[in-house]
Design a protein around this ligand. Structure first.
Ligand code: ZN
Length: 68
């Protein structure tokens, strides 16, 4: 990923290292909703892949959305 935004930590200007992708699920429903609605409750769940970067000096972790 050549065009990831910023390689310096916003907090301490340390070097940010990419530590991989993190998947978040949007629109997640509670277990109770799944009991009541079954598959219907999962219809609008969408995995959202974010790029995670970690500062090598202060350990700040930032998430970037790689989508345009
Ligand atoms: Zn830092």
């Amino acid at each position: 990923m050549a065009d990831s935004p910023g390689t310096k930590c916003l907090r301490c200007q340390g070097d940010m290292q990419e530590i991989g992708e993190v998947s978040l699920v949007t629109g997640k429903h509670s277990a109770a909703a799944k009991l009541l609605f079954g598959q219907l409750a999962e219809m609008d769940e969408r995995p959202w892949a974010l790029s995670a970067h970690r500062c090598s000096s202060c350990h700040l972790v930032e998430l970037y959305d790689p989508a345009p």
